[in-house]
Design a protein around this ligand. Structure first.
Ligand code: C2E
Ligand code: MG
Ligand code: MG
Ligand code: MG
Length: 295
């Protein structure tokens, strides 16, 4: 294993002095090789953004995109953010990667708008460590200045835990965002602490219903009930809603009938390379065609 990794590193011509040892291969929770590769990957430009369409549940028009990070690791191909985001969060690289992602996404959505000929929004994930970073608001300002994007067109996705761990700090950051007209979404809604108190306290604009509650719709009676109640809650609180992980028509129809505003999932489009998203928007297709989406 170690030899293979070393060989790969040489092959790409990108090796510096990465020291491989055997232990890391038996202890994936301390994956030093992955960590070293990540730092190298940042230096070598292996990180990029993909964009997944978010579609109006009723008209099926694309209204925005979620920016999703990808790592094309030398010699290994695409690594899932589920793997590298937690590592970036623990070693601090997320601050660098996240700042870059925010800027890239804000600039990219302006190009998308040009291709589409109408306003679109961009949704960007913000991790706990980024949110706690003192420089975050400066980074946000820089991204908006660079791109010229209006605040209303930017949605920042945070998780419930961020709000619960340090509510005073969260409040001040959220108000700084609100004063820039930047909107906040609760990502993976329903899977965290699920306290409703923060919906009262903080200026939240959007709930993103986690895929866990979507995947067995419409047959699962429990999931149907949960979605129903969340959508009703959102409607009474004047929050917009996005259902995550919508993969088939039956789910879409159920959600649209229950008043869900927007949907996001493989049904209407996979996360796309920017060029493919541009092509899709120029084509004027109401939803991503599989031909484009699966490329
Ligand atoms: P998330 O924010 O909940 O993003 C939605 C995830 O669901 C994405 O996974 C997306 O590819 C996937 N997805 C979308 N539609 C479907 C579907 O129909 N079926 C299924 N099975 N999955 C679907 P992805 O891209 O692997 O990202 C995983 C997580 O990594 C994200 O979850 C997000 O929390 C995190 N992440 C991704 N990019 C960034 C980033 O730029 N910054 C930060 N801080 N976190 C990121
Ligand atoms: Mg998200
Ligand atoms: Mg997320
Ligand atoms: Mg989510």
């Amino acid at each position: 294993h170690a030899d293979t990794a070393m060989y790969r590193a040489k092959e790409t011509g990108k090796a510096r002095c990465v020291v491989y040892n055997h232990q890391k291969f038996t202890a994936p929770e301390h994956d030093v090789s992955m960590e070293a590769a990540m730092f190298q990957g940042v230096r070598d430009g292996e990180f990029l953004m993909h964009y997944q369409p978010i579609v109006d549940a009723r008209t099926r028009q694309i209204v925005g995109f979620e920016a999703l990070m990808r790592w094309v690791r030398a010699g290994q191909g695409m690594v899932s953010p589920a793997q590298f985001i937690p590592m970036a969060e623990s070693n601090g690289l997320i601050n660098l990667l996240g700042a870059w992602a925010l800027k890239a996404a804000c600039v990219q959505v302006r190009r998308f708008e040009e291709a589409a000929g109408r306003p679109l929004y961009i949704s960007v994930n913000v991790s706990p460590r980024q949110f706690r970073n003192d420089q975050f608001i400066d980074i946000l300002d820089e991204a908006m200045r660079l791109s010229g994007l209006a605040g209303q067109q930017l949605l920042l996705e945070i998780t419930e835990g961020i709000l619960m761990s340090d509510p005073e700090h969260a409040e001040s950051v959220l108000h700084a965002m609100a004063s820039r007209d930047v909107r906040i979404a609760i990502d993976d809604f329903g899977t965290g602490y699920s306290s409703l108190a923060y919906l009262k306290r903080f200026p939240i604009a959007t709930l993103k219903i986690d895929r866990a509650f979507i995947k067995d719709l419409p047959t699962s009676v429990k999931d149907a009930a949960i979605c129903n109640v969340v959508l009703s809650l959102a409607s009474h609180l004047n929050l917009t809603t996005v259902a995550e992980g919508v993969e088939n028509e039956a789910q879409l129809n159920f959600l649209a009938a229950q008043g869900c505003g927007m949907i996001q999932g493989y049904l209407t489009g996979r996360p796309l390379m920017p060029e493919d998203a541009m092509e899709l928007l120029k084509s004027g297709q109401p939803m991503a065609l599989d031909a484009v989406a699966m490329k």
